[in-house]
Design a protein around this ligand. Structure first.
Ligand code: ZN
Ligand code: ZN
Length: 137
């Protein structure tokens, strides 16, 4: 049986699914999200590791130390290069951070806050959501 939410990379080699509605959904404007996503920001959300199921494909992971000094693995499709999810987050043990655009139905989940707004570019307008200078604590 398919879980409530399904996602895949741009070429379709990597697919995954999960059931739980995420509590933490953030649009992050930090420099790291800009670099990794190639856009002005990245929208992602936390899914419990035990709920997150890889269905097909073998994502490649890139280990990275964030500005906070904590490590994480950024996972992407080795075929098409699409960024998919972040795992082994030292700052958030037990959670996988999934990028919103990876979902088959990205319209099903909306951001609940914006963070690292100090890095938001001048032309980007704030959403009508709680705003955080850096990481919400
Ligand atoms: Zn792919
Ligand atoms: Zn960020």
């Amino acid at each position: 049986m398919t879980k409530k939410y399904t996602g895949r990379c741009a070429c379709g080699a990597v697919t995954f699914e999960f059931d739980k509605d995420p509590d933490f959904v953030a649009s992050c404007h930090c420099l790291d999200c800009k670099k990794a996503s190639g856009g002005e920001m990245a929208t992602f959300f936390g899914v419990p590791q035990e709920d997150f199921t890889l269905i097909s494909g073998k994502p490649k992971s890139h280990h990275y130390i964030a500005a906070s000094g904590k490590g994480l693995d950024r996972n992407f499709c080795p075929e098409c290069g699409a960024r998919l999810f972040t795992s082994n987050l030292e700052s958030f043990p037990g959670l996988v951070f999934v990028t919103l655009g990876s979902l088959d139905r990205p319209d099903l989940i909306a951001p609940k806050l914006e963070m690292f707004i100090k890095r938001r570019l001048k032309w980007a307008k704030p959403l009508d959501l709680p705003q955080f200078e850096g990481m919400p604590s």
